[in-house]
Design a binder for this molecule. Sequence first.
Ligand code: AMP
Ligand code: MN
Length: 329
Amino acid sequence: MDPRAAIAQTLRSSTHTLIVCHVGPDGDCLGAGLALGWALRSLGGLATVASADGVPTSLRFLPGAADVVTDLPPGWAPDVAVTVECSGLDRAGRLEAAVRRARVIVAIDHHADLQPYAHLVDWDRSAAAVGEQVADLILRLGVSIDRTIAVCLLTALVTDTGAFRYANTTPRALRLAADLIERGASVHGIVREVYEQQSASALRLLGHALTSLTLHHDGAVAVAVITPGMLAASGARPEEASGLAALLRTVTGVRLAMSLEDAGGMIRVSLRSRDGVRADRVARALGGGGHPAAAGAEVPGTLEDVMRRALDLAAHELRAAMPDEPSSP
Ligand code: AMP
Ligand code: MN
């Protein structure tokens, strides 16, 4: 049986399914996770969507976002646990223990690497978003996609394709998007909720961070930092600078962009690349992971040390990259 059919069968007989997003959740993992939760409930099952870091403000419009839990009762064991985009179980944050207690663990992912922690795995690196995989899973469950599910899945696609601008904007992604629009979801509405409801303090933080922009390796690498001082001066929360690395990548000649946020002893590195430069390899060498063109890591150390290490790794990846190789996000 193919893995997705086996997963559908397991989910159909699950008494209570726990759906777990990764720490620092994005629109893809939350949209896909919530969509699956709605589908399972429509079949009469119990489903809980959990995210150790809750739901970022820009994604609170998602149907079901208010019911996403950040903690679970101590010792509680779900029948089936589904991890969404967790390359390792540590990516579930403090929800890891509950996932481990499940009778069956299912992993759904489209990242470059996935550790073998699950009993059943739906791993498709060609998917633009895990939302694509979950859309197919929902059809296999025999659930018809209504407007609620369509909004969740289209949000997954919109956020992981940069609103259909990145190299992963495939015919498959656009066909699914068209279908979801016919079912009542709106790209315009989602783009407005996700990208056009920013706080003034978020833009001020971006302004502070952009003044730190430096170019390295003959202009191929752009770096900007977010310091505690910038957060205090702007009044923004760190998550509000999430678009910074993608913005840095737009500079002419830049092939790898990185933002480094000083979270006090821990540096959050966010990487975006193009032209075949492997951001995921830089991230993995720093202890993180991700996609070829969008990756991240949390690295203990000082801003200066982590930047130096990241720039060394960047130099290596620039040399290794094939020119003219298109990257997907
Ligand atoms: P971000 O820059 O936080 O938007 O992350 C870009 C991509 O890298 C996302 O797909 C994340 O899931 C992945 N990622 C970020 N941080 C980590 C990490 N510490 N370990 C593994 N993957 C990560
Ligand atoms: Mn994704």
